[in-house]
Design a protein around this ligand. Structure first.
Ligand SMILES: C[S@@+](CC[C@H](N)C(=O)[O-])C[C@H]1O[C@@H](n2cnc3c(N)ncnc32)[C@H](O)[C@@H]1O
Length: 463
């Protein structure tokens, strides 16, 4: 490790009193000791805390919160009994109002520090009226605690399962799916997967719920094809979880943290569940991306549509389209929409969803957005609006370069990571676009995640 340029003022295992001035990008408190940055998980802005240093790096350190010497009025008692050990949420100890404030600030900080963007209007975060029980998907690993089968999320930065009885941000059906299925696996003596020895069978139980239809899907991710007593397993799941319409097995035999493998088999019932967003119906298969917070998805897509400013004559590209959710919203107001997405099953869903809703002007293609869209451009496709909604790593530079060359009137950038959003907005600003406004939307209450919709317009002076 390279030597620091000046003496580091903190030492591992020593105690320091620190004034917390901000929140880091994973929800940790951030303060300084003699100008040196220290991250203290669970400490909050406005607080003075005593922390024990656990890690010292060249330019920053980590501390464990020992005592809150001066608490902020924004601090609250987390409702979840395992909050302090589980790594699922990071902000339950902060009032919801303050969470929304800090999420906006995270966006402003990223835009100014990373994107070097000045004068962009960042709106107040749009939050939920009831920010609990909002998740439509639970992906829960299995393990063993004291010789018993256990389900729960991992403790932060570990693979230690923190056993849970219920999760206050999950739809209650998902809790039921996870716990009942675990119980059935235990009764049938079906082994959980052990990642240390790469033996055993069931890696994850996944529950998916259609909020508006009440349909649910149970997915078992297994380390191998053969499930002992598979028929009995299916029978018991159907008997004890009455809302299940789809029981799926996904095979993942790789030594990896990636949850899904390539092979998916329907053990019983439908291949998909159905849900609606607004007046559009969607079929969703096990591996397809579908926004996890259906209430806020309507808010997010509403904003996306507003920023797209469609009048019915436009040709629109929806890059990273998943199962065509945004595409179909746009298709109702545009001449044509072209969606592109890398997961083949998602594109199959997207095509079915377009047909299901009678939308003939939505067209879909499988492939990397950074490969397919440059090809469309070469083929002479002309577009008025491009919507992008990439994963956390943001857009590939090839795609951004093509967007700049295609010169759409507007780009609507939906992002779940303010850092890569800021990086990509910088690129687009340097290549003929102007960022007009950014709307943070709270898709993931009580976690550090923040989603944003940004509107960019073609800058006629430079572009
Ligand atoms: C944040 S999701 C957005 C999905 C969709 N817009 C929605 O709201 O449901 C990102 C999507 O990008 C897809 N994806 C990841 N890398 C991609 C790439 N290089 N090209 C196209 N799609 C990609 C993922 O499979 C995922 O469906």
């Amino acid at each position: 490790m390279a030597k620091p340029k000046f003496p580091v003022p903190i030492e591992k295992n020593n105690y320091y009193e620190i004034d917390i001035t901000g929140l880091g990008h994973e929800g940790e408190g951030v303060g300084k000791v003699e100008g040196f940055t220290v991250f203290v998980p669970r400490a909050l802005p406005g607080e003075r805390v005593k922390a024990k240093i656990t890690k010292v790096q060249k330019t920053y350190g980590y501390g464990r919160l020992i005592e809150t010497l001066v608490a902020t009025p924004d601090r609250q008692e987390p409702p979840c009994p395992i909050y302090h050990r589980c790594g699922g949420c990071q902000l339950q100890h902060l009032s919801y109002e303050a969470q929304l404030r800090h999420k906006r600030q995270t966006v402003v900080d990223a835009l100014t520090r990373i994107g070097k963007l000045e004068g962009v209007k960042v709106h107040e975060t749009l939050g939920m009226e009831e920010p609990w029980l909002y998740r439509n998907k639970a992906q829960v690993p299995l393990g063993e605690i004291d010789g018993r089968l256990a389900v729960g999320f991992y403790a932060p930065r570990t693979h230690e399962i923190i056993e849970m009885q219920g999760c206050p941000i999950q739809h209650p059906y998902n809790d039921e799916i996870v716990h009942t299925t675990k119980q059935i696996l235990q009764e049938l003596g079906i082994k959980h997967y052990d990642e240390q020895t790469h033996t055993g069978l069931v890696r994850h139980i996944i529950g998916r719920v259609g909020f508006h239809t009440g349909e649910t899907m149970v997915v078992l991710v297994t380390n191998g094809r053969k499930i002992p007593k598979a028929e009995l397993l299916v029978e018991k799941i159907r008997e004890r979880i009455p809302h299940v319409v789809s029981i799926i097995q996904n095979v993942n035999t790789q030594q990896t943290n990636v949850i899904f493998g390539r092979e998916t088999v329907t053990l019983w019932g439908n291949d998909t569940i159905t849900d609606t967003i607004g007046d559009i119906k969607f079929d969703i298969s096990a591996r397809s991306f579908f926004q996890v917070n259906p209430v806020q998805t309507e808010v997010l897509y509403g904003k996306t549509l507003e920023y797209a400013q469609l009048t019915g004559t436009e040709t629109v590209i929806d890059a990273y389209c998943g199962i065509g959710t945004i595409s179909l919203f746009l298709a109702k107001k545009a001449k044509d929409v072209y969606g592109v997405e890398v997961v083949p099953e998602a594109i199959e869903d997207a095509k079915k969803n377009a047909a299901l809703n009678g939308l003939e002007n939505a067209h879909f293609e499988v492939g990397g957005a950074e490969v397919v869209i440059p090809r469309w451009h070469e083929e002479g496709v002309k577009v008025d609006v491009i919507v992008v909604d990439p994963p956390r790593k943001g857009c590939e530079e090839e795609l951004l370069a093509t967007i700049a060359e295609m010169k759409p009137e507007r780009v609507v950038y939906v992002s779940c990571n303010p850092s890569t959003l800021a990086r990509d907005l910088r690129y687009l600003e340097d290549h003929g676009f102007k960022t007009v406004e950014v709307q943070p939307v709270d898709m993931f209450p009580h976690t550090f995640h923040v989603e944003c919709v940004s509107l960019l317009v073609r800058d006629r002076i430079s572009g």
